[in-house]
Design a binder for this molecule. Structure first.
Ligand code: AKB
Length: 311
């Protein structure tokens, strides 16, 4: 039986992953942790929660010992836009925090570690369409730099110490339970809330900005499928591309208008435009499909319908 520590459990992905993990492993076998309290009261009461600053290795080690942890899923991270506003913080959380997780896992001989990466590992000189998993990785954001470093570190711990570490590159994740914070792809969520509430949205990237995106149910499925994949069958470990859908803001607005016909959108690109322009428009996820059977369920139409109904 696994005893899992989930860091970043109050975040956009962590808060929903927590419920899925508790369904599979049992409430008391999944310890939620974050630097801030969990938002939904129900999550707090569905199982153990601990405050944790991931940059504090001693606190992380003590928590893992106290709860007899044998697997860590580390969702704590500073995302791309916030990372550009505070690069040092992004490095501290995304790299110091990550190496703490790897070191504690090594010392305690843990069974498994899962750490997410991101499409932010790619940069302006990466091929932008159907971007392969193995290609040029020269990111121009601090977030991207930490994610490339994290993938390399993860692979290092696999080969050097024989640890079971896995990771996948999330595209923009669209969801309707916990709002994201500090990402470039956040517009693809804010647009739905403003469309439903006000019938209009002011977008911080231009209308032709096209990025790879994924709906939360697929994100949870990808994460759990990779977690359960047979390690001996994996040729890659910490850098799986996972694709689902890819659309421009203009195409998303058109899709929203099928449900909210008078929806209005204006474009006021800010510093996040340059980040979006440095990322792929669509990605090739052949290794994830071949090595652990990845297959998304949602496309632009089904995701939009579900989002609007949920909000
Ligand atoms: C961000 O926009 O920073 C994240 C990501 C693509 O990793 N959503």
């Amino acid at each position: 039986m696994k005893r899992i520590l989930l860091t970043g459990a109050a975040g956009q992905i962590g808060s929903e992953l927590l419920f899925e993990l508790r369904k599979i492993y049992g409430n008391n076998n999944v310890i939620a942790s974050d630097i801030k309290p969990l938002l939904a009261e129900s999550s707090e009461h569905s199982g153990p929660f601990e405050f944790l600053n991931i940059t504090d290795r001693v606190a992380l080690f003590n928590l893992c010992k106290r709860h007899n942890i044998d697997a860590i899923i580390s969702m704590a991270a500073i995302l791309s836009a916030k990372g550009e506003q505070n690069p040092q913080l992004a490095w501290d959380i995304n790299i110091t925090g990550l190496i703490n997780v790897f070191e504690v896992a090594r010392e305690m001989k843990m069974k498994q570690v899962l750490v997410p990466s991101s499409i932010a590992v790619f940069g302006p000189d990466t091929p932008r369409d159907c971007t392969p998993q193995e290609t040029i990785l020269n990111p121009t954001t601090m977030y991207g730099i930490t994610k490339v470093t994290g993938e390399l570190l993860g692979d290092y711990y696999v080969h050097r110490y024989g640890l079971d570490i896995r990771g996948l590159r999330y595209p923009g994740i669209i969801s309707n339970k916990t709002l994201p914070g500090g990402g470039t792809t956040d517009y693809a969520i804010a647009i739905f809330y403003d469309a439903v509430k006000y019938g209009k949205y002011s977008c911080f990237v231009a209308e032709n900005t096209r990025l790879p995106m994924m709906y939360m149910p697929d994100c949870l499925k990808a994460t759990i499928d990779l977690l359960h994949a047979d390690f001996s069958k994996l040729k890659h470990h910490c850098n799986f591309n996972v694709g689902a859908m890819s659309f421009s803001v203009k195409e998303l607005a058109t899709e929203i208008r099928k449900h909210i016909p008078n929806f209005q959108i204006e474009y006021k690109p800010d510093f996040r435009q340059a980040i979006a322009d440095s990322w792929p428009q669509s990605i090739d996820d052949t290794p994830a499909r071949k090595e652990w059977g990845w297959k998304p369920a949602y496309n632009l139409e089904t995701m939009t319908e579900d989002m609007i109904n949920a909000i």
